[in-house]
Design a protein around this ligand. Structure first.
Ligand SMILES: Nc1ncnc2c1ncn2[C@@H]1O[C@H](COP(=O)(O)OP(=O)(O)OP(=O)(O)O)[C@@H](O)[C@H]1O
Length: 398
């Protein structure tokens, strides 16, 4: 767990809600009337074109309000050229309008939800998009999170790119593909910046017209008989996903028996050898193996024999120790498929003398296990079981 997260964040994380779940059911079709009742406003982020504020509507519903960034680069450059503030606002707000149109047409669990809009009639171009609220993506925080959470982000991205490759608008390319175009909502990656999306695939005469250029490598795609660089948008997105997300998030600390599959995914996306459909199949296979514990088949069943089990009990006044990457900042909480996997982990930590399993689960359905170096007593808890490492006659733990 990221040491920078607060206890509340940690708890939300474990419940599969790393960011801010709205306290009431999401409301769509929010308009100017609802926005006039805004209670508190925080800054969430800004870029060249837009600025995003957090607002609490009545009933404690939080939303993100996106509007033109008056101090942004787009406005500044326009003002330098035309010195016309109303005209520039109108021009720049065109990008936000495009984004709203795209958000209406492109709906997917990994695209931020448009909850409404408000066109302020007193101001030309003064349009506000009302969006589901997330947390700006922080790569450093993600890099410190458990592999399971990092895999979730990559899987969400692949599912999104598969949808974009066959969207109702055709194959959509994200021309400005960067981590900052995404936010996190309840542990799930969501695309928020769509103003640079393109649904055109370039026309071509020959294959050499279908070049994809990246700083470290180039790819040449086929010019189709209909004289279109077919699949160029899909491949552009996939390679960007590889270079901005997979390389950082996927291989590091992957479960050992899933490493060959992950390695294959890295190779095929890094060389653009597979389509997004094939990539998604590979990701879903990893997910299936991970969820079902198939990658743990070789664990010796006897490993739990070194532990005495107390079902229906929970330990209190615990002596916690820290491990990495833990789901809780104070202590060692890791996801496991079974008591057997937890026993294997405990036996590999010199400080560990016991662990407990409760009904808390991660997004994949794996159990959360708390590892400890001791505790003072036990209390009844039907949802919990405590496993204590047996002590050898010599006094050493097994
Ligand atoms: N729904 C949201 N919830 C929380 N934060 C958000 C949301 N949407 C956007 N943000 C934050 O606001 C920032 C600016 O939004 P956006 O990327 O749409 O603006 P932009 O001007 O197009 O940015 P850029 O210059 O990077 O293209 C994002 O980087 C993100 O951190």
């Amino acid at each position: 767990m990221d040491p920078g997260l607060s206890t509340n964040d940690s708890e939300n994380y474990i419940n599969g809600k790393l960011s801010l779940d709205n306290p009431v059911t999401a409301k769509t079709d929010i308009g100017c009337e609802e926005l006039s009742g805004i209670k508190a406003v925080d800054f969430l982020g800004s870029g060249y074109t837009k600025t995003v504020l957090k607002a609490a509507l009545s009933q404690g519903l939080f939303v993100a309000l996106k509007s033109v960034n008056h101090q942004g680069t787009d406005m500044r450059l326009c003002m330098e050229d035309f010195q016309d503030s109303q005209g520039c606002l109108e021009l720049v707000s065109f990008k936000l309008r495009k984004e709203i149109v795209l958000l209406r047409r492109l709906q997917h669990p990994n695209i931020v939800e448009l909850r409404g809009q408000c066109q302020d009639s007193t101001l030309v171009g003064g349009i506000t998009a009302v969006l589901e609220q997330g947390m700006p993506l922080q790569m450093i925080q993600l890099l410190q999170s458990p592999w399971e959470e990092r895999f979730r982000v990559c899987l969400g991205l692949v599912r999104l790119l598969q949808y974009l490759s066959r969207s109702p608008l055709g194959s959509v390319a994200l021309l400005d593909f960067q981590p900052r175009q995404f936010v996190m909502v309840s542990g799930e990656l969501k695309l928020t910046d769509l103003d640079d999306a393109s649904i055109q695939e370039p026309a071509c005469q020959e294959d050499s017209d279908c070049q994809l250029q990246f700083p470290l490598c180039n790819f040449t795609l086929r010019c189709s008989p209909s004289r279109i660089c077919e699949g160029l948008n899909e491949m552009r997105n996939l390679y960007n996903a590889y270079r901005y997300f997979f390389t950082y998030l996927l291989p590091h600390q992957a479960p050992p028996l899933l490493k060959p599959l992950i390695h294959q995914i890295m190779n095929s996306t890094g060389d653009l050898k597979q389509s997004i459909n094939e990539t998604l199949v590979a990701f879903e296979e990893v997910l299936h193996m991970y969820k079902s514990g198939l990658h743990l088949e070789n664990l010796p069943p006897s490993i739990t024999r070194d532990y005495a089990v107390l079902k229906g009990m929970r330990s209190v006044a615990n002596m916690e120790y820290r491990c990495w990457p833990s789901y809780k900042q104070q202590g060692c909480v890791l996801s496991v498929h079974s008591a057997r996997e937890a026993a294997l982990i405990c036996s590999s930590h010199p400080q560990c003398t016991s662990f407990s399993l409760s009904s808390e689960k991660t997004w994949t359905g794996r159990l959360l296990a708390s590892f400890r170096s001791g505790f003072s007593h036990l209390v009844p808890d039907v949802n919990s079981a405590v496993y204590m490492r047996r002590v050898k006659a010599s006094g050493a733990v097994l």
